[in-house]
Every structure is written in structure tokens, then in C-alpha cells.
Design a protein around this ligand. Sequence first.
Ligand code: XLS
Ligand code: NI
Ligand code: NI
Length: 438
Amino acid sequence: MSEIFNVGKIKYEGPKSKNPLAFKYYDADRVIMGKKMKEHLPFAMAWWHNLCAEGTDMFGRGVADKSFGAERGTMEHAKAKVDVGFEFMQKLGIEYFCFHDVDIVPEADDIKETNRRLDEITDYILEKMNETGIKCLWGTANMFSNPRFCNGAGSSNSAEVFAFAAAQVKKALDLTVKLGGRGYVFWGGREGYETLLNTDVKFEQDNIARLMKMAVEYGRAIGFTGDFYIEPKPKEPMKHQYDFDAATAIGFLKAHGLDKDFKMNIEANHATLAGHTFEHDLRISAINGMLGSIDANQGDYLLGWDTDEFPFDVYTATMCMLEVLNAGGLTGGFNFDAKNRRSSYTYEDMFIGFILGMDTFALGLIKAAELIEDGRLDEFKKERYSSYYNTEIGQKILSDSTSLEELAAYAEKLGNAKLPGSGRQEMLESIINSVLFG
Ligand code: XLS
Ligand code: NI
Ligand code: NI
């Protein structure tokens, strides 16, 4: 098979390298805290951004040519994307990919024909996976592009559309199992509303839960042992999306008895759209035992939408990796749900985007491990709550063996409380700087 990219295998050349087509920090076999970098960081390629998106936006057509020598909308094109995708992943040393059903084949007018195409292409993908050892991180169904989903999928006001959503979830689960995917994602892009004037929120949320329950039941019956994920996002394309953030999604899962089968797939840019930091949503997921996977990208603080940029911000990557290391790692992986800027339209730019992202996360991993080994952050945090451990009243509170009456009597005896210890944010931030740049 001929190669599309005039680029060789990307190698690690170290921080001094000026070669744009080399890793500066990502050194797959380097051991950090007892594990190889590539084991800490199971990177994945998002089929849609990398092999499908041509840089269209609301105001302009595509600028990047992703025809890969075939006519768009044909099965030849679908196969060319498989060839190109596997060549790309092999050259970068990326071991996983993620896909939506309609990323891998052109959707037909009749779902039976779409499903036939999906069977055909996944046979071909499976061959490539066996040849290369590349694996599937997660699959999903695109239930937001087709016009039938204009009022949502599981949340649609139309029972017929709900049935089509169910059919797509069923097929996407079949494919995920066929490809041995670690996870299955629900991103509810159209699961939300524009106005309460026409929306029965409870009805819609109950129906989304119904769809998810059926997915769990079916998935487990066909041998899917991985995690289901919700990927929270507060808005875009809808004004209000039901999976606003990790806390909201976790509450929803618990309310509907779905929390044993689901975890979170946290996307950096979605967390910031919700008014949180990336690390906030990671922490909320982790403390609930639901930190599953990550969509690794970054947004732009000046823009109010999902810009899906390749991660470049080392502070944020460090904070992310601190959360991941402290949680004991991910059961999922790091999917670059990221795209080149519209004006970076060459094949080389595709590689450079991934090199940037992989290097940024490698740096984040290295620095997070140094922060953990340094120990000052952990120590400070422990000390900050020490009054609960080294006083009698604190012990009573923690062991649930006191009452409002007893605490009120205690307060009255004291008359007033001392100021709690200083938060020392600036000191902690300067520790971060000294570890990052020292
Ligand atoms: C969109 C989402 C989407 C999901 C998969 O904002 O990030 O790409 O990851 O449907
Ligand atoms: Ni995403
Ligand atoms: Ni997104």
C-alpha cells in the first residue's frame, strides 16, 4: 500500500530538538513513577477531526483536502481514510482511535444500507487493527448531525426519532464490541433545549435515561465489559444541555441507577465552557469513582465555544495529570478531540498538532510526577485540615458522633473562633512555578 504522508516515523529527539516533526518530551518508553509514558498516556486519534474535518466553519468552506485520493461519499473514500488513519497512527506511535458511526462510512438514506456499510468497513478496520496492534478506545453514535435529530435523540419529542436513536446506539455498540473498544460514549449534543415554552424537561430526561438503560442492557448482553461514558458539555449546539458538567451528569446517573455502568469522559474545553477548570471536572469525577476517560484538547478563554485546539497549556496539562495520577490513572485514555486551526491545512500540520498535544501531556505528566515527589502540595493540604484529626471535637465531627447541640455548646464555651489557617495560594502557585521551571 502506498503512503499518503511524506513524513517518516516521528521520533523522540529531546527538548533541544528544533525539528518540528520530532517529539521533544514524549518519550514512549521512559518510565515515570514506575510506568512507561505510553502506559500513563494511552493516546487516541479522533476519526472525525483528523480524517473527516476539512476546516469548514460557519462562514467558509473547507481548506484542508481530506479526500485522500478518493471521491468523497464513497466506500473507496471510507477505505482510504482507514489506510490513512492507520498510517498516521503508526507514524506517531498512537495506539488507539475513537469513532462515531458516520465518521467511518457515508450515511445512506436507508439505515439498513448504512449498517451494511458499517459492517463492511469494520471488517476492514479489524484487519488493520490485527496487522498493526492498534486498538479502539471508544465508539459512539452521531445523534446530532442528521436533520432527524433537530429536537434531540433520546430527548426528541418524536417517538419515531427515539427509535432511530436506539437503532444507532445498538449498531454502534455492536461495532464497538466487534472492535474491542474499551468504552462507549454518550455525548448529548442535541440533548437539551432552547426554550422551556415548548419543552417538558422531566419527560426528556426520563427518556434519555431509558435509552441509556437499554444500551446498558443490550451492551452487557452482547459481551461489552467496558465502561459507558457520559461526556458532559454545558451548551453548543443547544443553549441548555442536560449533561452540563460532571456534577450534573453524575447526579443524573445516580438518580436513574446508572452509576455502576457509567463513568465520565471529561473534555477540557467542555469543562471551561461550563465555567470550570479542566481539573475541577476531573476532580469531581475522581472523587465519585467515575473518572473514566479524557477528551484532550483546549479552548480559548476569549471565545465562548468549543474551539477544540490541540493542548498547548502546560499548566493545565500538569494540573490534569496531577488529578489523573492521584486517581491512580484512567481506565480509558486521552483522545485528542482536537483539530488544526483552519489556516493550518497541510498534512504536516496534522502531525505537528498531535506532536504538540502529546508533548504537552508528556510535560504535564513529568511535572505532575515531580510535584507529587516534591510533596509540598500534599503536605500543605493535609496540614490544612489537621484540626479535624488532632482535636477531640474534630474527631467527633468526622466520626459522626456529635450533634448541633453539642457543637453549639462548644462554640458558646469558646465565645469566638480563631481564623482558620492561611490558604497560602500564592505560595503554592510559586511552588508550581519552581517545579515547572526550576
Ligand atoms: C463535541 C464532542 C464530541 C464528542 C463525541 O463537542 O466533544 O466530539 O467527543 O461525540
Ligand atoms: Ni469530545
Ligand atoms: Ni467537544
